[in-house]
Design a protein around this ligand. Structure first.
Ligand code: NAG
Ligand code: NAG
Ligand code: NAG
Length: 489
């Protein structure tokens, strides 16, 4: 590896000295005092130089085009062409049988040795020499261009901020990001900010909120952690995109965003926002789920709708309008659309919003991201499970009220990740339906403002326990969830 490095830097030095030599030789040629071979050599070098100049111009154009949404694909072509055949080779050479295995077994330690050795032996020499030795020169030339571009457009390669909001699959996406930070860099030149923990990025929006008096949490009183995160982003390669993900960003207003932007502006990056939309009804159901998953007496869905008294759908519109007013670009995407199309927020954020790939490059990117997706990280319990807990709790309080002498233990049943509750729920009579229409006008407004692709089909209906149809045997089943001594005989 050391040898390769040396070779590349020597080659670079050679190239540099030849450039100087070139102008001398061209001059000599004009005076007609050179033989054919030298002339040919000079001609070849001129072509090489011209090509190099052109390529740099492309790099320059690319940065400008990133903002110019009309020609987004250019970035990719460029970036990918810059990275050598090595990476393509890697991708092609990875045996296809290995890939599904990679997904099943979880992480890189478990990667089949074939892939490991391939990654260790083949890539480094070529790729690292490229990354470590060649890149500096590319970066140097790029840095000059950056200054020019920064003057023209105000910013350069994007900081892509995924802002959730809550309950749109954020934890799963963040788990993907931190587990694959290294892969994203090697494969696509994407840096992952705040990759030390799934929720580490939350320090930025939460500290800003705290500074604006919007919350008072001792955890975010000291801005040190946030400053460190900003600093780390500042050290990430300027000529490649960065992804930062925290659903807490969805709670920032314009003033808070401006604080954030002033930090990023120093780094001359564009701020591109990825915001996910959930249909109003699904969002309500999901929030109900989150709020009640560890409750021993969960609200019924209807009660939760009334208690929250609306607002979640409008909240999504408000978040959208806020980020549209502050960001260089906003990429809206429908959670339900992605589900229908069988791909994830991760594929969308990486392949669409960040790399802006199209056609077969996009397909390839999507497929390789999907293979690396972790399982769902924060699974929801089915609605009927909450009904079961609520009904069982009602039964328990009745036993207590009747002074059941042996009923002394506390009721401690919860819906979340509870297989006993699930088993009972499966045996209850249920009633299923959808209320999507009740919220669809606000959903439509969101699709309209973002131009996001809409989900086609109807969501799976929500199924609740049909309480009016409960028979004695159902109550007996519910009773099995009660503490011993409290169960009905
Ligand atoms: C998504 O997957 C489902 C089930 O595997 C399939 O029925 C459906 O056609 C797929 N949709 C698309 C757009 O590929
Ligand atoms: C992502 O990009 C691909 C390729 O251009 C496109 O077909 C797809 O519709 C995009 N997805 C979304 C949700 O916009
Ligand atoms: C949004 O609605 C307006 C007016 O109904 C319509 O003209 C426009 O094309 C819509 N935009 C999108 C992106 O659907």
């Amino acid at each position: 590896m050391q040898a390769t490095k040396q070779f590349v830097s020597t080659a670079w030095l050679n190239l540099q000295s030849r450039r100087f030599a070139l102008s001398r030789k061209t001059a000599n040629h004009i005076f007609g005092s050179f033989d054919m071979i030298t002339t040919c050599l000079a001609a070849v070098l001129i072509v090489i130089l011209a090509f190099a100049t052109l390529t740099r111009k492309d790099v320059l154009c690319v940065a400008v085009q990133w903002q110019d949404k009309q020609k987004p694909a250019a970035v990719q072509t460029q970036k990918h062409d810059e990275k050598t055949a090595v990476q393509r080779q890697e991708r092609d050479e990875k045996p296809t049988a290995v890939q599904p295995q990679e997904r099943d077994k979880k992480e890189k330690d478990e990667k089949p040795t074939a892939v490991q050795s391939q990654e260790k032996d083949e890539k480094p020499s070529a790729l690292q020499s490229q990354e470590k030795d060649e890149k500096p020169t590319a970066v140097q030339s790029q840095e000059k261009d950056e200054k020019t571009v920064a003057k023209q457009s105000g910013c350069l390669f994007p900081l892509v901020v995924h802002i959730g909001p809550h309950k749109t699959g954020t934890t799963t996406f963040q788990t993907f990001l931190i587990k694959n930070a290294e892969w994203l860099w090697k494969e696509y030149g994407i840096s992952v900010a705040a990759n030390e923990g799934v929720k580490a990025a939350a320090y930025i929006p939460s500290t800003i909120r705290q500074q604006h008096g919007l919350q008072h949490n001792p955890k975010f009183a000291d801005p040190k952690k946030m400053q460190e995160l900003f600093q780390t982003i500042g050290t990430m390669p300027a000529n490649s995109p960065v992804i930062l993900s925290s659903e807490e960003f969805s709670t920032l207003g314009t003033a808070e965003w401006n604080d954030f932007k002033s930090q990023i502006a120093i780094q001359k990056r564009c701020v591109s926002i990825v915001v996910v939309h959930r249909r109003g009804l699904n969002l309500r159901a999901s929030i109900w789920n989150e709020v009640n998953k560890n409750s021993i007496s969960p609200d019924s869905f209807l009660i939760s709708l009334l208690r929250r008294n609306g607002g979640e759908e409008e909240f999504q519109l408000k978040v959208l309008d806020t980020v549209r007013s502050i960001a260089d670009s906003v990429e809206g995407v429908s959670y339900e659309y992605l589900r229908e199309a069988n791909y994830s927020i991760a594929s969308f954020t990486v392949c669409n919003a960040t790399l802006r790939l199209e056609g077969s490059k996009w397909e390839l990117c999507k497929t390789s991201v999907e293979l690396r997706m972790p399982g769902i990280q924060n699974p929801s319990a089915p609605p009927a499970a909450f009904d079961v807990v609520r009904l069982a709790y009602g039964l328990y309080t009745r036993q207590k009220a009747a002074n059941y002498p042996r009923c002394r233990k506390k009721f401690a049943v919860r819906a979340y990740k509870n297989s006993a509750v699930l088993r009972v729920a499966e045996q209850m009579p249920t009633l299923c339906g959808s209320l999507n229409e009740a919220f669809s006008h606000v959903d439509e407004l969101w699709y309209n403002r973002t131009g996001a692709l809409k989900p086609e089909g109807r969501e799976d209906p929500l199924c609740f326990v049909d309480e009016g149809s409960l028979k004695l045997e159902h109550w007996a089943l519910l009773s099995t969830l009660l503490p011993p001594g409290c169960q009905i005989m």
